[in-house]
Design a binder for this molecule. Structure first.
Ligand code: FES
Ligand code: FE2
Length: 378
């Protein structure tokens, strides 16, 4: 392949081929998304923005409800309101009272018990589930799918211990997902992290090759997986010399197995560790995403669980989810929106992920229809 046609090929693959993906700046709606840890929602209601919509989470009688955070009357956020009657939520402004499970207006206090508006209006409510100590919300159209379809089995298994962090991050959720599955970056970007050098003492390869299967969609589960076929720990670069430098204290060869699936879930596991690391990239608003960093540890005793909590909050939280993933966050923020790109061989991973979204995201058929109508063509 000569230079010009190679350039052509890469540009073709990198721009304009993913219209649905490119237009999904607020994500794919027909999925269950994590919103926060259950323990974060107590008596006090919490407002959050997800997929561009403002939501209000309230806990009443031990159950969690999510409502659109906008009063049907004059649009004031319901999160300013309060609970006057069990099972309902009252708007702060004129005292409209909504049923928290159906969203229906059950009273307009300042218009008397016979107010004619009652029964005629409602706010949207969203299905919510509590699983693995996390609140999950369905913001899609129609009846939600079974939640087990959208939460990886290791997270939902009550025998496993789940711990982690949710943080609001500046950046596009798609760049965060691409960075998670990006095959090339960790061998350079993360090489100097304290986590990798001194805690894991992990050796990263100089470069590696992968099976083409990372471009294919794996079975029913919908995971894409990068399978290594060749690893080169150190190499000679013409005119430059050898790279990387030896660091004698790095003794373990990193054998991470990395997978990704819709709607933006990364899974990283290691053959020699009982730990599975998950990352969720949940669109919040244009240019912001909720970064869920969730670690699952298998087979712990009660004492082991306590030790894990201590280890997580004293070390992992800062070094792994903080310093190491902080390098990812910095790069995601630094990636300009719609920058021209010239992809290289390891980016087959990114292309595979874009293709997965383009072809298999739930609800894309309707989106394709909308795009066709709007633009006259796809
Ligand atoms: S704006 Fe909510 S009751 Fe008037
Ligand atoms: Fe990374």
């Amino acid at each position: 392949v000569d230079g010009a046609s190679q350039r052509n090929f890469l540009q073709q693959r990198s721009r304009g081929h993913w219209p649905l993906y490119d237009s999904a700046d607020l994500g794919f709606r027909n999925y269950w998304y994590p919103a926060m840890f259950s323990r974060g929602l107590k008596k006090k209601p919490i407002k959050v923005k997800l997929l561009g919509d403002d939501l209000l989470f309230v806990r009443q009688g031990g159950k969690v409800f999510a409502l659109e955070d906008r009063c049907a009357h004059r649009g004031v956020p319901l999160s300013l309101g309060r609970c006057d009657f069990q099972g309902t939520w009252t708007c702060r402004y004129h005292g409209w009272v909504y049923d928290v499970s159906s969203g229906r207006l059950v009273a307009a206090l300042t218009d008397g018990p016979d107010s004619p508006i009652v029964g005629k209006v409602a706010v949207r409510t969203y299905p919510v589930e509590e699983r693995a100590g996390i609140l999950w919300v369905w913001m899609g159209e129609g009846k939600p799918v079974a939640i087990e379809e959208d939460i990886p089995s290791e997270v939902i298994d009550p025998k496993n211990t789940v711990i982690g962090t949710f943080r609001l991050v500046k950046g596009d959720w798609r760049y965060a997902a691409e960075n998670g599955y990006d095959e090339g970056h960790f061998k350079y970007l993360h090489r100097d992290s304290l986590w990798a050098r001194f805690y894991l003492r992990a050796k990263f390869p100089a470069w590696s090759l992968h099976k083409d299967s990372m471009c294919e969609i794996e079975g029913q589960s919908g995971w894409l997986t990068r399978e290594v076929t060749k690893v080169v720990m150190k190499d000679e670069y013409p005119g430059l010399g050898s790279w990387p430098k030896d660091e004698w204290w790095r003794t373990r060869i990193d054998k991470a197995l990395v997978s990704i699936r819709l709607p933006g879930i990364l899974r990283v596991s290691w053959p020699d560790r009982p730990v599975v690391d998950f990352e969720w990239y949940v669109p919040v608003d244009k240019g912001y995403y909720l970064y869920g960093q969730i670690v699952v540890v298998k087979g712990l005793t009660t004492v082991g669980r306590r030790l894990l909590y201590a280890k997580y909050w004293l070390i992992w939280r800062w070094l792994w989810h903080g310093e190491f993933n902080g390098q990812d966050i910095e790069m995601v923020q630094a990636t300009p929106v719609s920058a021209p790109e010239r992809l290289y061989r390891p980016d087959a991973s990114i292309v595979a992920w874009r293709k997965l979204c383009e072809q298999t995201a739930r609800g894309v058929k309707d989106r394709a229809q909308t795009l066709t109508n709007r633009e006259g063509k796809l």
